[in-house]
Design a protein around this ligand. Structure first.
Ligand code: G16
Length: 547
């Protein structure tokens, strides 16, 4: 036996900026590349956990620039800190939902996922890291705050002195007393999908000529999508595009929205549209769904998935309840009401769904930010959402457009749009929210043309399971006719602040379901601008991104 590699204790000093945001710590790659920066944060994660000695840690990332170096650092630190086993995806790759699935399947203590999600990658792009707990979901605020506290006083970290682990060969190696197991990043996830969806019915639909274009955006879902859609379900070769994960996502912004995946929208609106166009993001948890000639908003997608879940094998017994983040449109609420099941409104961030899923209160969750998922994992799941649609289409034998229009006719349509003001000065953005908060008590009762403000508040969430309270989660302005304007600052950006304005209008009349969205929201949009004095606070006359 060789002597175990020595464990080094490295002296360090704190970085002041390691508070995790909506989903872990995200910064410019160059920030993470500073000496000790990543190691400080990883040690702070371990310092905030108890009882992991000898247990299993799952590790993987979305493959972006700096992923391989970071994986080696985390591996050596996890070994030095006493984990018994580290399960790592081949090449250091695991999509976020696959990491969640592996944590659950391996009954691991937790997992570390390296990703900045939909943010661009590369030397000038972004990098990120998040910790997931044993249920497979993002660490709750109690843990992320403890990590931040440790990061402010850290004096040293532990790391084994050893050569890099071979990440490209499946099988077991050792780092001192710790076993390192390199696994196929796709296998566990694919089996889970097969257990939930009727692959035979979907394959039959493809055989009958159904066409799909799935854009993996040169990000992590490429290998998963190829294996599932083309190899397993028989979609035509070439159905998955940009399937090779690249460290810089080919220089693109791996965000599956109507701006960064506009080519899919253009295709879907063209005479050559496939039956379904779809995409996922950098780490595979977001989704974009566009039918021939029709974009499905994430909020509508959540509602339609909830309404049709019983048609799908894994959910045939019905769903227990639905949860949506507060800014997500209230389309899902109407479905829950009709089904007579619970509907929960949580702050932005998938971590808030974990307790509800664990307690069995909800089965399906979703967010306006292109996220949908279920109790199969504890992350949102881009490919799951696409498979849900494929399975529903295979059963209903209708087009996406027919299903969406039918849904609106039955439940009414929630016109919905998000206006983002990106990279504005933080002072102005903070002042805008502070001023809105001050105004809140005076708003109810005010009228603006046909719009009357019924209520206005700063959303606070009382978790019904652990009783924790999360305050200041977004300013809501609710109108008497059911319309709504919500303002909040993004927790995932890495430069300046991003102001998000969410605008919603409910239209019950099917004769008015074919309006263009921005037009339908025409009265609310200028009001959203003036109520918050967006121009005065940010100097911006229009949003940078409209989705
Ligand atoms: C993350 C979170 C989501 C959240 C989204 C947007 O998504 O996991 O729950 O909705 O950020 O957050 P914000 O509005 O604060 O930027 P992802 O896909 O970036 O991990």
């Amino acid at each position: 036996m060789n002597a175990p590699p020595p464990i080094q204790t490295v002296a360090t000093t704190p970085f002041a900026d390691q508070r995790p945001g909506t989903s872990g710590l995200r910064k410019k790659t160059t920030v993470f590349q500073q000496p000790h920066y990543l190691a400080n944060f990883v040690q702070s994660i371990f310092a905030s956990l108890e009882g992991y000695a000898g247990k299993t840690l799952v590790l993987g990332g979305d493959g972006r620039y700096f992923n391989r170096e970071a994986i080696q650092i985390v591996l050596k630190m996890a070994a030095a800190n006493g984990f018994g086993e580290i399960v790592v995806g081949r090449g250091g790759i695991l999509s976020t939902p696959a990491a969640s699935a592996v944590i659950r399947a391996e009954k691991a203590f937790g997992g570390i996922v390296l990703s900045a999600s939909h943010n661009p990658g590369g030397p000038d792009g972004d990098f990120g890291i998040k910790y997931n707990i044993s249920n497979g979901g993002p660490a709750p605020e109690k843990i992320t705050e403890a990590i931040f506290d440790h990061s402010r006083t850290i004096e040293s970290y532990k790391i084994v002195e050893a050569p890099d682990v071979d990440l490209d060969t499946l099988g077991e190696t050792r780092l001192g007393a710790t076993k390192v197991r390199v696994i196929d990043p796709v296998a566990i996830y694919l089996d889970l999908m097969e257990s939930l969806f009727d692959f035979d019915a979907i394959a039959a639909m493809f055989r009958a000529g159904f066409t799909l274009k799935f854009d993996a955006m040169s990000a992590v879902t490429g290998p998963y999508a190829k294996a599932i859609f083309e190899e397993r379900l028989g979609a035509a070769p070439g159905s998955v595009i940009n399937a090779e994960p690249l460290e810089d996502f080919g220089g693109h912004h791996p965000d599956p929205n109507l701006v960064h995946a506009k080519h899919l929208l253009d295709l879907a609106l063209s005479p050559h549209s496939p039956d379904l166009c779809a995409a996922s993001d950098g780490d595979g948890d977001r989704n974009l769904v566009i039918g021939r000639g029709i974009f499905v908003t994430p909020s509508d997608s959540l509602a339609i998935i909830a309404a049709n879940a019983h048609l799908v094998k894994g959910y045939s017994g019905g769903i227990a309840g639905v949860a949506r983040s507060m800014p997500t449109s209230r389309a899902a609420d109407r479905v829950a009401q009709k089904l007579g099941i619970g509907i929960y409104e949580t702050p932005t961030g998938w971590k808030f769904f974990g307790n509800l899923l664990d307690a069995g209160r909800v089965t399906i969750c979703g967010e306006e930010s292109a996220g949908a998922g279920s109790n199969h994992v504890r992350e949102k799941d881009g490919l799951w959402a696409v498979l849900m649609w494929l399975n529903i289409l295979a059963v209903r034998k209708q087009s996406v457009a027919e299903i969406v229009r039918g849904h609106w006719a039955e439940y009414g349509r929630n016109y919905y749009s998000r206006h983002d003001y990106e990279e504005v000065a933080s002072e102005g953005a903070n002042a805008l929210i502070a001023d809105l908060r001050k105004k809140l008590p005076s708003l109810p009762g005010q009228t603006f043309g046909a719009l009357k403000i019924e209520a206005a508040d700063d959303f606070a969430y009382h978790d019904p399971i652990d009783q924790s309270i999360s305050k200041q989660q977004g300013v809501r302005i609710l109108f008497a006719d059911g319309s709504r304007i919500v303002y909040r600052l993004s927790g995932t950006g890495t430069s300046g602040a991003t102001l998000r304005v969410y605008i919603e209008l409910f239209e019950p009349d099917p004769a008015k379901h074919d309006l263009e969205t921005q037009g339908a929201l025409g009265a609310l949009i200028p009001l959203a601008e003036s109520l918050a004095d967006i121009r005065g606070h940010t100097g911006r006359t229009e949003p940078s991104v409209i989705t």
